[in-house]
Design a protein around this ligand. Sequence first.
Ligand code: GLA
Length: 378
Amino acid sequence: MNLKEKVAQAFADHFGGEGILFASAGRINLIGEHTDYNGGFVFPGAIDKVIMADIRPNGTDSANLYSMDLGESASFGFNEEDAPSQQWARYIFGVCRETIKRGGTVKGFDAVFAGNVPLGAGLSSSAALESCFAFAINDLFNGNSIEKFELAKIGQSTEHNYCGVNCGIMDQFASVFGKKDCLIRLDCRSLEYEYFPFKIDGYRLVLVDSVVKHELVDSPYNKRRQSCERVAARLGVDTLRDADMAMLESAKSDISAEDYMRAKFVIEEKERVLDVCNALGRGDINTVGRLMYETHAGLSKDYEVSCEELDFLNDIAKECGVTGSRIMGGGFGGCTINLVANDKYDHFIATAKEKFHAKYGHEPKIYDVIISDGARRL
Ligand code: GLA
């Protein structure tokens, strides 16, 4: 059975009959990390790994959910005090609440869902879950009257208000706006975006998942964001999008060494996104790759969101002559994204598996990237 059939079968087993199937995707990001909440540019795309939900209005004022992957159920009403205790259900509750807060309609429904977006790999399984339900609720109860950007913001606000992560807009944007064979450059200040057909003859994108997730105390993601906001306030700009290195240098003595490094990375990274788009336009793949390595170095040394395992995978990529490689997503574990010439692919994957296993006792997981559509009714 494929995922669609499995979800439909589980719906029949749990609630009887049929629902309506919706899906939304995980994402990759070619370049532009930790720039979204700084008003900068990102360059993501949706992938062929999805969260899929079978949903049917139930004529009541509450939602009944079953997560196939966890084998757990949850039920909740739609008032603030009805928040469920399970983290996974809070994502869906949050989407309902944020829809209502924006004047949208949410009525009772039964739903079963499952997914094949690897968890904790930095592929935004949570954004896929949020976008899937935001899209479905818009379709089933609001006649698709809520705009796509608003659907992405519903997911983002869910993270802020119900999950404790002060994320930017990139993941939910990519999950909602994703289009087959295209990356999307988003200006996170103006919210203007442009689709770039992405197919480079002779190369492929592959993710190497370290399968490690370092659970760090004190929400390090939110702390990075706070550093950036402190520097922006000191420089008198709304976000670091409006700062440059000269401004940062002139304020260096007034900010902590740590905040300086964080801001330096962001200022450099927002330029790299534009440089990568230009290089792609010229067919200059080596420049794209070199900039990916620069991003990795910045994320590792200045932004400090890498870890030993991911630095090790980045070094292996370099040794194997991989064109571009870097840690992808929020960091602290997860995977690297690699731009590899076809003739180097087999050697790189075999070497990465062998060396990583010898050092850490398990093999990394390998996912070939297939750029696909975002949120949709199936
Ligand atoms: C996470 C967040 C995004 C973005 C990335 C880093 O995926 O959800 O908003 O900040 O980290 O680029």
